[in-house]
Design a binder for this molecule. Structure first.
Ligand code: AMP
Length: 388
């Protein structure tokens, strides 16, 4: 998701810039001013409560704003992102926005402040008042609205400056110039967006082979806990020695070790367009760990893909592998294979169930040749890139 807030005094051009951005980036536009005017036109209780305040150029209560904005956000939670115009306008609303973003498991990418001096704001709004039909576009009300802006809204900027997600743009320039400056900020934000994919599938479903090739094709970093653990064992590192026995009996490695390995990997990977996680998260605890690790990097899960293969097919694939040179230590007996299947069923299926309530889990038919399955998963990843 791409979530942007446009900030600035009345008349700075937030509405004009919003029209261009909404079209270009396919965002859902939320103007609290427009929503309030709709409530007034619809004759609702909310509109009735807001009407007199708006007419005088004051700010309506945060309670009213929560109600109108929450409804719109929840109804449009599947959109590519939100563009906020005229919100947040108070300190309290900055917290409301943060809470709403958490509810959607996303965050605000950037607050873009369109700067304009007071007299220029007045001139522009007086000019607009000739045609806008807005009763609050007259000089006395305009002065009130600006006073509210400087007293209550401008201090909110500090919240976003402190978070490092703030960009200022000189709004005196032409519409095209301002738009090109805003666009630069957004492009920069988009380049930070990573595509993070979690690949599920029972042992033997082909997630490993698919994951490696997908990572190569799309410039993603492949993170396989199994491979990382094996490397540690091969290196006979401290971690390797600790996990060797558990590994061979098909048990899961301790989370403290996995966290360390992934942390290192995320830290040391520069320039990847994102990550493909295979074999992680395997438990509910690990699903929380992954959220935390990604959040530390200003990122989040983008897509969940579940490669579905009937258990008997997967068992027979693993049995086949146990006889060739790709055999893993834990493929070597039916007991071990069954053990891993049990662990998956007991601990990993609940993770997929959890994700189903939070994300759109894409099920991919994993039966067929490698190329057939690869094409199916590739299509999903391309959709993921388009949605970024
Ligand atoms: P706008 O269309 O953004 O200029 O808003 C017009 C009027 O609606 C403002 O002068 C306020 O009275 C009210 N309003 C709009 N958004 C908010 C908000 N986030 N908080 C409080 N009042 C708002």
């Amino acid at each position: 998701m791409l979530n942007i807030a446009l900030f600035g005094p009345p008349g700075a051009g937030k509405g004009t810039q919003s029209d261009i951005l909404v079209e270009k980036y396919n965002l859902h536009y939320i103007s609290t001013g427009d929503l309030l005017r709709k409530e007034i036109a619809g004759g609702t209780q909310l509109g009735h409560d807001a009407k007199n305040i708006i007419a005088k150029g004051g700010l309506v209560s945060d309670e009213i704003i929560v109600q109108i904005i929450e409804k719109t956000i929840v109804e449009n939670s599947e959109s590519h992102g939100f563009l906020f115009d005229g919100f947040p306008r108070t300190y309290v609303q900055a917290y409301i926005l943060a809470g709403l973003m958490i509810k959607l498991h996303t965050s605000l990418n950037c607050l873009i402040s369109l700067e304009l001096d007071e007299e220029e704001s007045v001139n522009r709004l007086m000019e607009r008042g000739k045609t806008s039909g807005r009763s609050d576009d007259n000089e006395m009300v305009i002065r009130n609205r600006l006073r509210e802006y400087y007293d209550k809204t401008l201090p909110v900027l500090q919240v976003y400056k402190d978070k490092g997600i703030y960009a200022a743009i000189d709004s005196k320039n032409s519409i095209d110039q301002v738009n090109s400056d805003v666009d630069k900020v957004i492009q920069n934000e988009l380049s930070k967006n990573l595509l993070n994919i979690v690949l599920f599938g029972i042992p033997g479903s082909g997630r490993g082979t698919q994951g490696i090739m997908l990572a190569k094709k799309y410039g993603l970093e492949y993170i396989s806990i199994g491979t990382m653990l094996e490397d540690e064992i091969k290196k006979k590192s401290k971690i390797g020695l600790k996990i060797k026995e558990q590994r061979e009996s098909g048990l899961l490695a301790p989370d403290e070790i996995i966290v360390q390995l992934i942390e290192q990997k995320l830290e040391n990977t520069k320039g990847a367009k994102g990550f493909i996680f295979k074999g992680f998260p395997r438990t509910l605890v690990q699903s929380y760990i992954l959220d935390g690790l990604l959040q530390q990097h200003g990122s989040a899960i983008s897509e969940i893909i579940d490669i579905e293969v009937p258990t008997l097919d997967a068992m027979s694939r693993l049995h086949g592998r146990s006889k060739n040179e790709y055999a893993k230590a834990y493929d070597k007996s039916t007991d071990k294979i069954i053990n891993r299947m049990h662990e998956y069923e007991k601990k990993t299926l609940p993770v997929i169930e959890k994700y189903k309530t939070l994300h759109n889990v894409k099920k991919i038919d994993g039966v067929g040749t490698f190329d057939e399955v690869f094409e199916r998963v590739s299509n999903e990843i391309e959709i993921g890139f388009r949605n970024l």
